[in-house]
Ligand binder design. Structure first.
Ligand code: ZN
Ligand code: ZN
Length: 289
């Protein structure tokens, strides 16, 4: 499992790989534009070129993009839905320009219309977006689980399961799991046996092989709180030890794990060191499923 963090693109998108490297990242996540604006100017071709060179040089070809927070692919409001779909297509095209394989988007919110109609609209949006993102055929759209705050979809793994079944043959749809969101959504992994039971449920409902990115965040709020507040690894309600279960588990070898914790680059470095220690000290005998 490659470990990294969400880094800034301030000063140009091509500065992100340098930031990732400086904190000891083996991968990273970025926004390719301001996460709170609908539209952005196209990527500068020179910066995009420099970016692509740097990801090859540093072995960062599995880095990922987080889509704008404004996007709601389940919105019952026609104007928001239309803007969200257009913005999502743009996110996929920008990732293609940067030669990045994954764009992560939240599962959306039904805004009071109910989970069923929200999920239906989300599925229609995914179909719409994937069929129109011409030029981004190699980029996967990854749906992220939520903490269940407000009317957000995707806190219940059954929601992700429902979407997965619709797109069973669609290789461009994958998933991202966030540990803080799982925990706040009521999924416990505080002991080895709880972790093993949760992993079995994840595999059955989502499929381990369809999960490409993990977000490693501790949670400021308790198990099942349905509140999305990230804490530094080991400083929240989850604590340090449960992260060792994930990071030493060879079933996640194909994934990258990215921190989205508070405190900036100093904290990232400390947390990455901790996670690497867990990973690299793991006994060889655990290398089986
Ligand atoms: Zn996340
Ligand atoms: Zn979150």
């Amino acid at each position: 499992m490659k470990l990294g963090a969400h880094v800034s693109i301030q000063g140009g998108v091509d500065t992100a790989p340098d930031r990732a490297k400086a904190i000891g990242g083996e991968t990273f996540q970025i926004f390719t534009k301001s996460q709170r604006q609908w539209s952005a100017k196209p990527l500068d071709p020179k910066q995009a070129h420099a970016f692509r060179e740097k990801i090859v040089e540093n072995g960062f070809s599995q880095a990922c993009v987080h889509a704008s927070y404004l996007i709601n692919l389940a919105s019952p409001k026609p104007d928001i839905l239309q803007k969200s779909r257009a913005a999502m297509i743009d996110e996929l095209l920008r990732a293609a320009t940067l030669a990045l394989p994954y764009v992560i988007v939240h599962s959306g919110a039904h805004m009071g219309e109910g989970e069923k109609s929200g999920l239906k609209r989300l599925a229609e949006s995914i179909e719409f977006v994937l069929s129109r993102a011409t030029g981004a055929e190699r980029v996967k759209l990854l749906l992220e689980n939520s903490a269940g705050q407000g009317t957000t979809l995707g806190a219940d793994l059954a929601h992700l399961h429902w979407i997965r079944e619709i797109f069973s043959g669609e290789e461009r749809l994958g998933f991202c799991l966030d540990t803080c969101h799982l925990y706040a959504g009521g999924y416990d992994f505080e002991t080895p046996s709880a972790y093993a039971a949760l992993k079995a449920e994840i595999d059955q409902k989502v499929g381990i092989d369809r999960i490409y990115v993990l977000h490693f965040n501790d949670s400021r709020k308790p198990l099942g709180s349905r509140l999305d507040q990230h804490a530094n690894i080991g400083k929240g309600k989850i604590g340090e030890t449960p992260f060792s279960y994930w990071v030493t588990d060879p079933d996640w070898n194909h994934t990258i794990a990215v921190l989205e914790t508070p405190g900036g680059e100093q904290n990232y470095q400390r947390e990455l060191n901790l996670l690497k220690q867990f990973r690299d000290r793991a006994p060889r005998s655990s290398q089986s499923r």
